[in-house]
Design a protein around this ligand. Sequence first.
Ligand SMILES: Nc1ncnc2c1ncn2[C@@H]1O[C@H](COP(=O)(O)OP(=O)(O)OP(=O)(O)O)[C@@H](O)[C@H]1O
Ligand SMILES: [Mg+2]
Length: 239
Amino acid sequence: MAILEVDNISKRFGGLLALNDVSFGVEKGEILGIIGPNGAGKTTLFGVVSGFIAPSSGDVRFDGQRITGISPDRLTRCGLVRSFQIVQTFADMTTLEVVTTAALTRRPLRQAIDYAAEVLTRVGLGAKLDETPATLSLQDKKLLEVAKCVATDPQCILLDEVMAGLTMAETEAPMAIIRELNSSGVTIVMVEHVMPVIMRMATRMVVINFGEKIAEGTPDEIIKDRKVIDAYFGEHLDA
Ligand SMILES: Nc1ncnc2c1ncn2[C@@H]1O[C@H](COP(=O)(O)OP(=O)(O)OP(=O)(O)O)[C@@H](O)[C@H]1O
Ligand SMILES: [Mg+2]
């Protein structure tokens, strides 16, 4: 059963058609990978799905309900949450306070604080509860983004390049967390440029180029797709 349906979404920014009639479904419990070159429209797509950006046309359905135009905080309460590619930091808050704010989605304050500490520990930031996000390393900032999502108890998480900028060794921790979340029933949609990571993690993939979906399939199918090779991998795969 599809938990998320993207139906004919287009998004125009002035003269730029950032998304052009994009449709696909996300099955409950899967890990769907979304790839595409820089500027393809991946983050815009996440913005539309998560309620941050109003589409020019098309609809999004979550759990069978039309959610187009519903605010991000209401969607978070419905169980659909996203991470941000550009990590947002809050100057005066500690990591515990940041994640507690997210945990308040479903819990009263005292439980939210305890749950936030538990989630931060689960992602490996248990020793950094009192640090401000600005002082964290890039890897830890990314883990904090994941923790913020997890603390809302989502059914479906949209992860926008949580591994970007990390070394292969550093991707192990977020990969393990994402797999664990998925095993506990959370549907994952992830945009990722780190190809070895997305190929290993995704059960299915969607490829976007210049705002259009150009391919959809298993990682094995995608890596052999001529349109994908031309658009995304360029010459280095042929070399
Ligand atoms: N708010 C905006 N106003 C105008 N143009 C925008 C806006 N947001 C994105 N764009 C443009 O829309 C296109 C798609 O951008 P988007 O950020 O969705 O791409 P992306 O696939 O996430 O790229 P990257 O891999 O670099 O993160 C780009 O040309 C971008 O410049
Ligand atoms: Mg992006």
